[in-house]
Design a protein around this ligand. Structure first.
Ligand SMILES: *Cc1c(COP(=O)(O)O)cnc(C)c1O
Length: 399
């Protein structure tokens, strides 16, 4: 006896139209809320699962998603194994142990921390909580893709501020903080910044950020997305030192990049206790799973592993930047685990040829940067295979 099928047959008998007309995406979009009507789904890049099947994992060089090629701390793996006996239990709905560990690490109160299923979730929730119809959200052109998604999903208006020019002497395509401050109006509820930013790799320093915050009206909430903070030099600002003096400031971090735990989906926000309390109203219960909570807490404790991965990445980023330079390709300045590289007018063809050879990078057409590819900094071996494929393809394209 199949109750579902039984019900469907009943519908078929009484309302023939209902089963014959299959409504398409356009029809459902028309039924969606105003913000969602104009929305395009997040573009995760290539279908990696299909590529892995096609090439076999060992033959693939996956440098499209800014993952940490060294993986997480072994202690994070051990913590997950230790959780396997209690998968039938709900996780701690408060994530209290992880919050305590994060609070200690950052020198803040645990009440200042909100956990998310990736920082993507936290960034979406910020717009959902604080912005709506007839209100503005301000961010830079080439700012992280989720800023536009979050704003539109909330039904708010995007105020996209032109980036610094691509021939800027120090920060090509970077955030223009003066212009961002100037774009704030009475209707502005939120400003999203990313430091360092993805996909540009650009950053700004502490003094510039403090000067920016001094210009922002106190009713506007500034969100600093610091997904790459652990990989950046001290030169790149973090919002942490300014938090105490600015309750309208919040920062987001993630375990997906430097900590090598992208598969677990954990990010977090640090902000004023009141801001966190309001965000909690919309947080899904149990949004961070048990193994993830345990693994992140363990990963935080293993500072040696983090430092090791950080040093490897910094060294390989320099090597990769120089290697592209020797090939006449400009890698933009970066303090992250990726570089944005200008491949020029043949970018689409180059990218297709690289993909055919099992080298996966991230096309930038969706960002309005069709002559660039974003290249994750890999291990020595991955970078060697990448560059060999680039040489092969360039010889073909330039011939
Ligand atoms: C990768 C990334 C994130 C992190 O996303 P998660 O959802 O935490 O995996 C956030 N912001 C930027 C700028 C990123 O590049």
């Amino acid at each position: 006896f199949l109750p579902g099928r039984h019900r469907m047959n009943a519908v078929r008998d009484t309302d023939a139209d209902a089963v014959q007309v299959v409504r398409d995406e356009t029809w459902f979009a028309g039924r969606a809320s105003r913000g969602v009507q104009g929305l395009k789904a997040y573009d995760p890049g290539h279908d990696l699962v299909a590529f892995r099947r096609q090439f076999g994992e060992a033959n693939l060089v996956e440098l499209g998603s800014n993952e940490n090629p060294y993986g997480p701390s072994p202690e994070a793996r051990a913590a997950i194994l230790d959780q396997l006996h209690s998968l039938h239990r709900y996780p701690d709905p408060l994530g209290a142990d992880l919050k305590r560990a994060l609070a200690k690490k950052h020198g803040v109160d645990a009440k200042q921390i909100l956990l998310g299923n990736g920082s993507h979730e936290v960034l979406m929730q910020l717009a959902q909580v604080f912005a709506g119809a007839d209100e503005d959200v301000v961010f830079s052109r080439y700012g992280f893709a989720v800023f536009a998604l979050a704003t539109q999903a909330a039904g708010a208006t995007m105020r996209i501020v032109p980036a610094l020019p691509d021939d800027h002497p120090t920060m090509p395509l970077g955030h223009d903080l003066d212009a961002i401050a100037a774009a704030i109006t009475d209707r502005t509820k939120l400003v999203y910044l990313a430091n360092p930013n993805n996909p540009t790799g650009t950053w700004f320093g502490q003094a510039a950020f403090a000067a920016f915050m001094a210009k922002v009206p106190a009713h506007v909430i500034v969100v600093m997305d610091e997904a790459y903070a652990e990989l950046a030099d001290e030169d790149a600002a973090t919002a942490l030192p300014l938090l105490a003096g600015h309750s309208n400031l919040a920062l987001t971090r993630t375990f997906s990049k430097a900590y090598g735990l992208a598969g677990l989906r954990v990010g977090y926000l640090i902000g004023a206790p009141g801001l966190v309390a309001v965000m909690e109203r919309l947080r899904e219960s149990f949004n961070v799973n048990g193994p993830a909570l345990a693994a992140c807490e363990a990963a935080l404790g293993d500072t040696a592993h983090l430092e090791w991965a950080r040093e490897r990445n910094a060294e390989q980023r320099v090597a990769l930047t120089e290697a592209f330079g020797r090939r006449g390709l400009r890698a933009m300045p970066s303090q992250t685990n990726f570089v944005l590289v200008r491949f020029g007018p043949d970018t689409a063809r180059i990218e297709a040829e690289l993909t055919r050879r099992g080298v996966v990078l991230r096309p930038m057409g969706g960002y309005g940067l069709p002559e660039y590819l974003r290249v994750t900094v890999g291990t020595v071996d991955e970078n060697r295979r990448l560059l060999a494929a680039v040489d092969d393809v360039l010889a073909e394209v330039r011939a």
